[in-house]
Design a protein around this ligand. Structure first.
Ligand SMILES: [Zn+2]
Length: 182
């Protein structure tokens, strides 16, 4: 339901096939632009997944929902926008956290090398000469490697929250007298 082969996607990782149609890259781009005041909040959005669509759209290119079944809306509902903020914050925390660990490794590893070699350890000049280049290389390598894993872990953690938010939204939406579709 969430996959459409004809949909152009710049970021493949935003298309996990887990039944949750949030967030299409276009919706994310829209919500980010709105939060920065760079785009108007109002527009035309799929009534199911809130992907920005045109008025002429009959089938959502992202989730496949026909506009005749669930009418398009003019504003993305607040809980959906909030879910994206949570997703992005969660991802950011993981990426930053892992990157910091990378910095720490980059600092501690050369220190261990210096302290582990008695000749080097006893000489300030020699110690610095060994520590500095190792630090420089490590600072480029470790934060990048750790950042890569932080990115993946962060996406998984964030995706879990987004799925939960989507499930809460669907319950709220589908209960009698729940959120109106327009
Ligand atoms: Zn849709």
């Amino acid at each position: 339901m969430t996959r459409r082969p004809d949909e152009p996607t710049p970021e493949e990782r935003y298309r996990p096939d887990d039944g949750c149609p949030l967030f299409s890259p276009r919706l994310e781009a829209h919500l980010v632009a709105v939060s920065r005041g760079e785009a108007p909040e109002r527009g035309t959005f799929c009534g199911n997944c809130f992907t920005p669509i045109s008025r002429e759209t009959v089938t959502c290119p992202h989730c496949g929902e026909p506009t005749a079944r669930r009418r398009p809306v003019t504003v993305v509902p607040a809980p959906i926008a909030a879910a994206l903020r949570v997703q992005r914050q969660t991802e950011g925390r993981w990426v930053n956290g892992f990157a910091y660990v990378g910095v720490l490794i980059a600092m501690v590893l050369p220190l261990a090398a210096v302290l582990g070699i008695p000749v080097v350890k006893d000489s300030l000049i020699l110690g610095t000469a060994v520590y500095a280049p190792l630090l420089l290389v490590g600072m480029r390598v470790f934060p990048a490697i750790l950042g890569y894993f932080g990115d993946r872990k962060g996406f998984e953690a964030a995706r879990k929250k987004t799925r939960a938010a989507w499930e809460r939204w669907v319950v709220e939406r589908d209960r009698p007298g729940g959120v109106p579709s327009a």
